[in-house]
Design a protein around this ligand. Structure first.
Ligand code: FPP
Length: 255
């Protein structure tokens, strides 16, 4: 397989078939802390560079025509981290949202937020609301940022929403379908990810989009998130394009 022979710095764009890109790419932003530690820097320095990397990759996705990008920025478990680290991530998020409010219209990039946003500060909630309002007027690439997100809490939230609607009589329990349940998730209306990328060397899903990734192709790399580049993205897309997606069936033509 070609992938094994690729070297850093190689023109990985040349390996991508831009006529059949994944519609939806999901990314677990991992490795910021280790990136910083290797340089003798505080973990927060890794998050700062990680936020820049996110900008680069989101721009690249928009440029090449990826319709949906979803990133795992802060999990329901990340509150357990030291206060200064959580504060830094929230400050970076605020900075990003302020910039987005100024640029998303020009760039035609929509933003959406997945997760339980209730613990966020009133200021952050206000910025999220502004981004949502601007997004409603736009049609471009939909970038979803998962904050205080967990796949299991999302399923609990969806089940509670459905139960509530059953109670009010607007739906019947026996009518529940997969499509219907999908409509109660934070990701309602967004197609499932085609490709899930996890940088940082860990080989797990970490409670990210548990329902939505049922048939996603997974791509793992040792590259730490702050070092993730356009070339790495193209490498992941090219690897995805070598996969055979059978959704539990057989490949066409096979017996
Ligand atoms: C995981 O790396 C990363 C996080 C928990 C935070 C990610 C947040 C940002 C990049 C900043 C804000 C985001 C946006 C979208 C503007 P880690 O710290 O777990 O790395 P480690 O495994 O090396 O310790």
């Amino acid at each position: 397989m070609k992938l094994a022979f690729w070297k850093k710095g190689e023109d990985t764009a040349g390996q991508v078939d831009f006529s059949r890109l994944p519609r939806h790419i999901a990314i677990i932003l991992d490795g910021n802390g280790r990136w910083a530690k290797r340089r003798g820097l505080p973990r927060t320095a890794g998050h700062k560079v990680g936020a820049e990397t996110f900008r680069t990759i989101a721009t690249c996705c928009r440029d090449i025509g990826i319709e949906y990008l979803t990133v795992y920025a802060f999990s329901t478990e990340n509150w357990k981290r030291p206060e200064d680290e959580v504060d830094t991530i929230m400050v970076l998020l605020k900075k990003y949202l302020l910039e987005a409010i100024d640029t998303m219209e020009r760039d035609n990039v929509r933003l959406r937020f997945m997760g339980d946003l209730t613990p966020l500060t009133a200021e952050l909630k206000g910025l999220v609301a502004e981004c949502n309002a601007i997004s409603e007027r736009l049609t471009g690439c939909l970038c979803s940022i998962c904050i205080n997100y967990g796949g299991r809490p999302e399923l609990v939230h969806a089940a509670a929403g459905f139960a509530k609607d059953c109670q009010s009589g607007s739906v019947n329990p026996e009518d529940l379908t997969e499509e219907m349940l999908s409509g109660y998730l934070y990701s309602a209306g967004i197609p499932d990810p085609d490709l899930l990328i996890r940088p940082g060397g860990e080989l797990r899903q970490s409670n990210f989009l548990l329902w939505q990734c049922a048939y996603s192709e997974f791509y793992f790399t040792d590259v730490l998130w702050p070092d993730f580049s356009r070339e790495e993205l193209y490498r992941a897309i090219a690897a995805y394009q070598h996969r055979s997606r059978r959704y539990g069936g057989l490949q066409e033509g096979s017996t």
